[in-house]
Design a binder for this molecule. Structure first.
Ligand SMILES: NC(=O)c1ccc[n+]([C@@H]2O[C@H](COP(=O)([O-])OP(=O)(O)OC[C@H]3O[C@@H](n4cnc5c(N)ncnc54)[C@H](O)[C@@H]3O)[C@@H](O)[C@H]2O)c1
Length: 252
């Protein structure tokens, strides 16, 4: 029996990488998926992939950092299918740079996409998730929320905020039966991540990962499916590491 049959999921940044894998995994478990991405071509490609596995998906081209866009996309999905059960906040804009190089416009853009969009989708969840059935919000944080990492000041601060927002919303939304959790992926060579990490960087991460390999988008998506499913019905405010152990690695 598919674990998410009949449910409706909204996935931000669903055009590629981890977001695309989440969209496909939700669909494979029977959910109808709204693929929300700023890139029309990749959004349409993810919808086609879901249709290939006989799933149902809608392309919702949106800049989810803009409150109006984000709410409109969720409104469109929920009004077509009559419900909203799962929100996966995954969209990101990432720059790796020394703090001395951080520009006001890129910093604001990263915060808007990586953090503010979570507030807008939370508002959309409150608007559309059924008060009796409740729902699930899954955020995407990172090991850098807990660890120090050079050249990642803005990204680390955003992910720290995503982790604390996850806990705050879990408390605030618990009475509405909305569970709020986060996945914390280790290193996953997605199209976005590959733009900023060399093969040498990946090799060093492999060596620091107790399980001896990098993550795949499907590893992270499987954890998101679990958090979305009824198997996780008493889990909220959790930060689920899906990282091969890299976050706790303290040496050989
Ligand atoms: N890849 C990793 O190693 C890794 C590790 C830890 C955490 N994460 C987290 O996983 C998530 C996905 O990462 P990824 O590596 O798949 O990224 P990616 O760059 O490959 O994909 C990000 C997607 O977000 C979309 N997007 C960007 N701005 C948007 C906007 N304003 N509105 C809608 N969509 C927008 C992009 O078009 C793209 O499809 C992020 O939250 C990231 O921080 C990734």
């Amino acid at each position: 029996m598919p674990r998410l049959k009949g449910q409706v999921a909204f996935v931000t940044g669903g055009g590629r990488g981890i977001g695309q894998a989440m969209a496909l995994a939700f669909a494979a478990e029977g959910a109808i998926v709204g693929v929300a991405d700023i890139d029309p071509a990749t959004t349409a490609a993810t919808v086609r992939e879901i249709e290939k596995i006989a799933g149902t998906a809608r392309a919702l081209v949106a800049d989810v950092s803009r409150r109006e866009d984000c709410l409109r996309a969720v409104d469109q999905l929920a009004s077509e299918f009559g419900r909203l059960d799962i929100v996966a906040n995954n969209a990101i804009v990432f720059r790796r740079e020394h703090v001395s190089e951080v520009r006001e416009d890129t910093c604001e853009r990263m915060i808007a996409v990586g953090l503010k969009s979570l507030l807008w989708s939370a508002q959309a969840a409150l608007r559309h998730m059924d008060p009796d059935r409740g729902g699930v919000i899954i955020n995407n944080t990172s090991p850098v929320a807990e660890l120090g990492a050079a050249n990642s000041a803005v990204y680390s601060a955003i992910k720290g905020a995503v982790s604390s927002l996850t806990r705050s919303l879990a408390v605030e939304f618990g009475p509405r039966r909305i569970r709020v959790n986060a996945v914390c992926p280790g290193s996953v060579p997605t199209p976005g991540a590959r733009q900023i990490s060399s093969e040498a960087v990946y090799e060093s991460r492999r060596q620091r990962t107790p399980l001896g390999r990098l993550g795949t988008p499907e590893d992270i998506a499987a954890a998101a499916v679990f958090l979305a499913s009824s198997e996780a019905s008493f889990i909220t405010a959790a930060i689920l590491r899906v990282d091969g152990g890299v976050t706790v690695f303290g040496g050989a």
